[in-house]
Design a protein around this ligand. Structure first.
Ligand SMILES: Cc1ncc(COP(=O)(O)O)c(C=O)c1O
Length: 403
């Protein structure tokens, strides 16, 4: 407020106690905490920046001498809470959350690999991971070899002096092959490389790769960890130094998780154990029924004795095999249509509600037709993410669709 020239206190008066409405509005919203009680559920910390009391505190925070949040892209309380929860479930030192599963996988790769290094990947990995390895990493001067990771001899033969990383999925998308993580970890370490495992299809409720020697574990958070198709993100878990290196890439390339998605994932994570038990039980029952159905050509599920890695799966997955299976039918289009209104066609997975997906035209469309067929992905293949519905309702829906 401009003071009138006649005001005798013009030069000495303090600022008026009653700020203008504009100032009052801009400075409103003072925190109502602390309180004698604490919220049972962590609030969403949507603030994109934090205030420091003075320059010393700013220096201590920025230098990392003191735990202090300062900027949303670096860290948020909701992100940290989720990271601690996932690290505890995976049995790792630490975890760093990302904006998507692909952001987590990219950060894991870029934190280990530099120009002139070599990575070996299973050829059956998720289509976008495959495209990242095939199209993007070579542009950075990183050599990439795709192998059949079920063939340990082939993996060993692909190892070179500059191999830094071996990447596999614990249960592959969509054909449910089972990675022999203990043997792959031993092999990678013997050659001075690290093992990275995408554990999205399994979740730590049924498989913890770090217990079997894996160094970096990644997930797409929108799958089992959150479980309701409402949150989006990714995570890299592992040894503290490896996670710190991946976090640096996430911060610099701008791929950290949002507070809201971290918070939403945290709500879903609380029921992970219960959900996975229900998913596993339903998927096993459906696989058992479908494998004997005359209209179903083939079922891919690690809990079937006919599965090529059944013995390995049985030893690595004592608590069930999760909710994913794939099936091959003559006419995938007809099957999907007959399930419409009961089991939606939706290209994601791991929701509490069952969904179907068509890998040929979604997750693996970045691969050439020949490459898709070579790894077993055909136009008749459907991926079934089995939900937690009543098993008799699910079997009734499938029976009716196959009539
Ligand atoms: C096994 C697997 N890994 C990684 C991803 C990528 O995750 P996002 O879509 O969160 O980037 C997916 C996505 O479906 C996936 O199925």
């Amino acid at each position: 407020m401009l003071l009138p020239m006649s005001d005798p206190h013009r030069h000495t008066r303090k600022r008026p106690r009653n700020d203008s409405l504009t100032t009052l509005a801009a400075r409103s919203g003072e925190l109502a905490t602390p309180s004698a009680t604490a919220p049972l559920i962590e609030p969403i910390y949507q603030s994109t920046v934090y205030a420091f009391p003075d320059l010393d505190a700013l220096e201590a925070g920025m230098a990392g001498q003191q735990d202090a949040y300062f900027y949303y892209r670096n860290a948020t309380p909701n992100g940290t809470t989720l990271e601690r929860a996932i690290a505890a479930l995976e049995g790792t030192d630490a975890a760093a959350c990302a904006a998507s599963g692909m952001a987590a996988i990219s950060a894991a790769f870029l934190s280990v690999l530099a120009t002139g290094d070599h990575i070996i990947s299973d050829e059956r990995v998720y289509g976008v991971t495959y495209a990242l390895l095939r199209d993007e990493l070579p542009r950075l001067g990183i050599e990439v070899s795709f192998v059949d990771a079920l063939d340990l001899g082939a993996v060993e033969a692909a190892m070179k002096h500059n191999t830094k990383l071996l990447h596999v999925e614990s249960l592959t998308n969509p054909l449910m092959t089972v990675a022999d993580v203990p043997s792959l970890a031993e092999l990678a370490h013997r050659h001075g490389a690290l093992l990275s495992v995408d554990n999205t299809f399994a979740s730590p409720a049924i498989f913890r790769p770090a217990e079997h020697g894996a160094d970096l574990i990644t997930h797409s958070l929108s799958k089992y960890l959150s479980g309701h198709s409402t949150a989006f993100g990714g995570v890299v878990a592992g040894r503290a130094d490896l996670v710190a290196a991946a976090r640096l890439k996430l911060v610099r390339f701008g791929g950290t998780v949002s507070a809201f998605d971290a918070w939403m994932t945290m709500q879903g994570l609380k029921t992970l154990g219960l959900r996975m038990r229900a998913h596993s039980g339903n998927a096993q029952a459906i696989a058992d029924v479908l494998q004997n159905h005359p209209r179903v050509k083939r079922v891919y599920h690690p809990g079937l004795e006919s599965h090529p890695q059944f013995r390995l799966a049985d030893s690595l997955y004592p608590d069930g095999f999760g909710g994913m299976l794939s099936l091959e039918v003559d006419d995938a289009g007809q099957f999907v249509k007959r399930l419409a209104g009961r089991i939606p066609l939706a290209p994601s997975l791991a929701d509490v509600v069952s969904t179907l997906s068509h890998p040929w035209s979604t997750s693996h469309r970045a691969l050439s037709e020949d490459d898709r067929r070579r790894i077993g992905i055909t136009p008749g293949l459907l991926r079934f993410s089995v939900g937690i519905e009543d098993i008799f309702d699910l079997l009734g829906d499938l029976e009716a669709a196959l009539e």
